[in-house]
Write a protein that binds this ligand. Structure first.
Ligand code: ADP
Ligand code: MG
Ligand code: MG
Length: 251
């Protein structure tokens, strides 16, 4: 599904290398978690994959189902099925949440050669998905994320994901700022989308999210590289001992 090889990335504005040879392969139908200390490059990886400006790929490749991601515009990456739930969701004043989602869903469908979803169909679907995430009707009418609480913004990211049904979902610290109940809702939302050949990259600081979203593989990222990979037990090890032991072991 997602194949990253020797990815090296530096900032455009200054000569600072952030990613230093990331290798990662996410098979269809699997959930991979990335953990790692602050500043290790987790968000940068998600930004570079989704096409954010300001980064230069100096070496390596990233493909989604064989498509060269790095050669595509952000919206083209989305159209072939890549989705990023932001660590810091953006507020978009003046754009209604529902309008935003309907436009996105239909653009996506068009790119996949499907017919537009009609208004009735769309309303029915979004109401059902919103209800599952306990997002009330009022939040659907408001401008995207404007005045939403931290937790509401994160749940809104998952609503977007549920509506767009991407093939490869990247969640960047979607659990940060969530209370336990909201985290459970988010996890349920992710679990509902699991399978069906979909891949997940779940970036998180804490093991607690992984109690609800059982990963197949856990990676530890440090200083721009994946330094260790293993099963779910690796996340438990981090929870118990922090990153210190793992990092000195690989050093
Ligand atoms: P993480 O998500 O693992 O906490 P980030 O990807 O946000 O890490 O950041 C990795 C490193 O790159 C940090 O040292 C951060 O300060 C630096 N960095 C990322 N983007 C920028 C930027 N636009 N300008 C300056 N430094 C940046
Ligand atoms: Mg961080
Ligand atoms: Mg980050």
């Amino acid at each position: 599904m997602l194949e990253i090889k020797g990815l090296n990335v530096k900032l455009e504005e200054e000569d600072k290398q952030i990613l230093k040879g990331v290798d990662l392969s996410v098979e269809a139908g699997t959930v991979h978690a990335i953990m790692g200390p602050n500043g290790s490059g987790k968000s940068t990886l998600s930004y570079v994959l989704s096409g954010r400006d300001g980064y230069v790929v100096t070496e390596g490749s990233a493909t989604l189902e064989g498509h060269d991601l790095l050669d595509l515009e952000p919206e083209e990456r989305a159209a072939i099925g890549l989705f990023l739930a932001f660590q810091y969701p953006v507020e978009i004043p003046g754009v209604g949440n529902m309008t935003f989602l309907r436009t996105a869903v239909n653009a996506q469908r068009k790119a996949r050669g499907l017919e537009e979803m009609n208004a009735t169909e769309f309303l029915k679907l979004i109401r059902q998905k919103a209800k599952e995430l306990q997002i009330d009707a009022d939040m659907l009418k408001r401008p995207v994320n404007v005045g939403f609480s931290g937790g509401e913004k994160k749940r809104n990211e998952i609503l977007q994901m549920a509506m767009l049904e991407p093939k490869m979902c990247i969640l960047d610290e979607t659990d940060s700022g969530l209370d336990v109940d909201a985290m459970k809702l988010v996890a349920d939302g992710v679990n509902a989308l699991r399978g069906a050949g979909r891949g997940f990259l779940v970036i998180t600081h804490y093991q607690r999210l992984l109690n609800h979203i059982q990963p197949d593989v856990v990676h530890i990222m440090s200083d721009g590289r994946i330094v260790k990979s293993g099963g779910p037990e690796l996340a438990l090890e981090v929870e118990e001992n922090g990153y210190g032991d793992i990092l000195s072991e690989v050093a």
